[in-house]
Design a protein around this ligand. Structure first.
Ligand code: SF4
Length: 339
């Protein structure tokens, strides 16, 4: 049975045609599924009963009940079993005045970043566009309206390029979820050819790049799956993105780890790397992961790093990981359930 959220509007029109139904029903069905978040086709009360039955025969519709939940006052994280196997986690976070969802793009991850729980065990498979959307639908079932989306959960978004773009199409389509592209951030660890491609043909979302370190050898060690591209190529791709998108800055996520990339000279390297690039630098103190040997830097180190970047003219902020107590860093809840 096909997951309903994998069906594009045109495909649904085609399906309706095959079932002798008028194509205008497609917009009605999309409205029920994406704007009213109904849990079954039976609840689509303005559709004829035979059509509801036919839909239920061919498609499954969410939200899916989580198999594990972890939460604190700001953060609600769920683990969902996907219809075709595999478990993925996603998070809703309360920001100032709105909610943001962090979604996964793969079951596991092949990049194998040395500091991340998602890479442990490699990548089982990529998610479909519908499975990505299903996470958002499932979070909305208990969290209500979610304004922002970031693709920073399990998986490397650009290793699943097509499905990520397709899911964004449905998120931003007025007849589906109607989110603003400017409220969506695609995050990558630095798949250089995909950044070039996304700059030219991708949806008009924000782009975030996880830097790891501004030192080539340290970055290669921390993010072995990205070692085939050097930092100069990565920065050239980011620069091209900003040029094509008329000056739009790239957000650089810099996860700070004690003694690894938080030293005095690391500031100089980061400044040299970013100064000529339209950027926003997010300093993220490390969220410690069981089984990984990295540690969070102390407060003073983070503040000094921040002040020096700011004084050198960088556009910088400190982003605290939400849900520190609930294993909110990607991959941790799934891993805990497997142990
Ligand atoms: S940080 Fe991202 S790309 Fe790296 S292993 Fe974790 S999920 Fe994969």
């Amino acid at each position: 049975m096909e997951l309903f959220y994998d069906v594009a509007l045109n495909e649904l029109k085609h399906w309706l045609e095959e079932h002798g139904e008028p194509s205008y029903r497609a917009a009605q069905i999309f409205e029920w599924a994406y704007q009213n978040d109904v849990r079954s086709f039976e609840d689509m009360t303005n559709l004829p009963k035979p059509l509801r039955d036919a839909l239920a025969q061919d498609f499954s519709i969410g939200p899916y009940e989580p198999i594990a939940i972890a939460e604190d006052p700001d953060t609600h994280k769920i683990l969902i079993a996907m219809p075709d196997g595999g478990e993925v986690e996603c998070v809703a976070m309360g920001m100032e005045g709105y909610k943001s969802a962090c979604l996964s793009t793969q079951v596991g991850c092949a990049v194998g970043c040395d500091f991340c729980a998602s890479g442990i065990g490699g990548c089982d498979r990529s998610l479909t566009a519908g499975e990505i959307l299903l996470q958002l639908i499932s979070l909305r079932a208990t969290q209500g309206h979610i304004r922002n989306v970031v693709f920073m959960g399990m998986g490397e978004a650009f290793h699943n390029y097509e499905a990520v773009c397709e899911s964004i199409d449905r998120m931003t389509d007025k007849r589906a979820m109607d989110l603003s592209p400017g409220h969506i951030t695609v995050s990558t660890c630095g798949v250089v050819p995909a950044i070039h491609r996304y700059a030219h043909e991708g949806p008009r979302t924000e782009l975030a790049v996880s830097l790891g370190s501004a030192d080539q050898a340290t970055r290669d060690r921390l993010m072995p799956g990205m070692a085939r591209w050097d930092l100069a190529d990565l920065m050239a791709a980011c620069y091209e993105f900003s040029q094509v998108r008329k000056g739009q800055p790239v957000t650089f996520a810099y996860v700070m780890m004690a003694g690894v990339n938080d030293q005095y000279y690391d500031v100089d390297r980061v400044v040299r790397l970013l100064k000529a690039q339209p950027h926003h630098l997010n300093l993220i103190p490390y969220n410690e992961v069981p089984g990984r040997h990295y540690m969070a830097p102390n407060e003073e180190t983070v503040s000094t790093f921040y002040r020096r970047c700011r004084d050198e003219g960088l556009n910088v902020s400190i982003r605290r990981s939400k849900g520190r107590e609930i294993e909110a860093a990607c991959g941790q809840l799934r891993r805990r359930e497997k142990l």
